[in-house]
Design a protein around this ligand. Structure first.
Ligand code: ZN
Length: 352
C-alpha cells in the first residue's frame, strides 16, 4: 500500500511525501480523523516510503505511470523486501502497537517499544513506531511516551493513529504535529469499492452514499448490511408516504430496530445498526429530493431503486425531502449522543 494506492486525501499525502523527500517530516505525528477513512493505510505507506529499498521519485517514471506515481515527490515501490515486510507488519524497524482491537495499550508495551526506537535501524533508514488507536493508550502509557515525543531519537518516527484524539492527553497532543483526515467523497469511495473490491457500480455508489464518507463502513455496508439498511429505510418511507396516522408510521419505524445482531447485542452495537439505517434513509431521501426536482437516474446514489422512488417523488417532495433530511441528521446526532434507539426511531417516524 504505497501513497499512490491510498484513496482520497491527496493534498495531505502530497504534503507528507514532500516532507519525506526533503527529510523534513516532523518526528512525532498524530494521524487523526474518522474511523475507516484510511489512516492506518497512510501510516503503512509512510513507513514504507521511509524505508523502501527502491523508492520511486518524481521524474523516475514516464508517461501515464509517471502521472500516477511520479507526481508525488517520493513514494514506496510497494514490491521490495522492505515494503513487503512492512505491509505484513514483519519489518524489524517498523513496530506496530495496538494491533488487537478494544484492548488497552499498557505502559509496559509502550516502554518496551520506546526502548527499541533508541537503537539505530537494523536494515532500513528509520525506526518507525506506529500506535494504532492511540486513544487506547492508558494515561500511564501516554505519560511514558511524553519524554520520547519531546526528544525523539535521531532516526525514530512516531505515528499515533486515532479517531478520538480528544482522549489523548493535552501534553501528548502538544508534542505532536497533527495531520487531520476528513471523510472521503462519495465518488472517491465508490471508485475505491469498484477498483479495489470489485463491486458493481450501482452497489458501490449506494454503499458509498450510505456510508457517509468512511471506506470501512462502506465495505461493511456493501457486504449485506446495506441491503438490510436500505430495505428498512424504504419500508419506513413507504409507511410515511401512505399514511399520516401515527400508528402506521410507528409500525414503519419497527424495521429500523429489527436488529441483525439479535437481542444479545449491546447498546453500542444496536446504535451502530440504527445509525447505518438512518444513513441509508438519508441517502434515499436525497435521491427522492433529486428526482422530485427533475434530476434523472444518473444523478442518483441508488439508481437501482429508481422505479421504487418514482411514486414518492411528487413535486412537493423536493421541499419535504430537505426538511426530512435535516430530521435524519438530527436523529443521527442523537444516536451518536447515546439516545435510546427506540426513542430515535419513533421520533424520526413522526417527523418525516
Ligand atoms: Zn519498496
Amino acid at each position: 500500500m504505497a501513497f499512490r494506492d491510498v484513496a482520497g486525501h491527496r493534498a495531505l499525502i502530497r504534503l507528507m511525501a514532500r516532507a519525506v523527500a526533503r527529510g523534513s517530516l516532523p518526528p512525532s505525528l498524530i494521524l487523526a480523523g474518522p474511523d475507516g477513512v484510511g489512516k492506518r493505510l497512510v501510516a503503512t505507506a509512510l513507513a514504507q516510503a521511509l524505508n523502501c529499498g527502491e523508492p520511486v521519485r518524481a521524474g523516475d517514471v514516464e508517461g501515464a505511470a509517471g502521472e500516477a506515481a511520479g507526481s508525488l515527490p517520493i513514494d514506496a515501490c510497494g514490491r521490495c523486501r522492505a515494503c513487503e515486510r512492512i505491509a505484513r507488519e514483519a519489518h524489524p524497524d517498523v513496530l506496530v502497537l495496538g494491533a488487537e482491537n478494544d484492548v488497552a495499550i499498557t505502559v509496559d508495551e509502550v516502554r518496551s517499544a520506546i526502548g527499541e526506537t533508541r537503537y539505530r535501524p537494523f536494515e532500513g533508514r528509520r525506526r518507525v513506531l506506529v500506535i494504532n488507536d492511540a486513544d487506547r493508550l492508558v494515561p500511564q502509557a501516554q505519560n511514558a511516551l511524553l519524554k520520547t515525543l519531546e526528544e525523539p531519537p535521531a532516526s525514530a518516527q512516531f505515528l499515533l493513529v486515532t479517531a478520538r484524539s480528544d482522549r489523548l492527553l493535552a501534553t501528548v497532543r502538544s508534542r505532536c504535529q497533527r495531520i487531520s483526515f476528513g471523510y472521503l467523497g462519495t465518488r472517491e469511495l465508490a471508485e475505491l469499492l469498484m477498483r479495489r473490491h470489485g463491486y458493481a457500480e450501482a452497489t458501490a455508489l449506494a454503499a458509498a452514499a450510505a456510508a457517509g464518507g468512511s471506506a470501512g463502513r462502506a465495505l461493511q455496508l456493501a457486504s449485506g448490511e446495506l441491503t438490510a439498511a436500505r430495505d428498512a429505510a424504504l419500508a419506513l418511507l413507504d409507511a410515511v408516504a401512505g399514511s399520516r396516522a401515527a400508528k402506521a408510521r410507528l409500525n414503519g419505524a419497527r424495521g429500523l430496530l429489527d436488529y441483525k445482531s439479535g437481542g444479545a447485542a449491546g447498546g453500542k452495537a444496536r446504535r451502530a445498526e440504527l445509525a447505518h439505517r438512518l444513513r441509508a434513509l438519508a441517502s434515499l431521501l436525497r435521491d427522492v429530493t433529486l428526482l422530485a426536482s427533475g434530476a434523472d437516474r444518473a444523478a442518483l446514489a441508488n439508481p437501482d431503486l429508481h422505479d421504487r422512488f418514482a411514486p414518492l417523488a411528487r413535486p412537493a417532495a423536493a421541499k419535504w425531502g430537505v426538511t426530512a433530511f435535516a430530521a435524519v441528521e438530527e436523529a443521527l446526532e442523537a444516536t451518536e449522543r447515546n439516545a435510546s434507539p427506540k426513542v430515535v426511531a419513533d421520533w424520526i417516524a413522526c417527523r418525516l
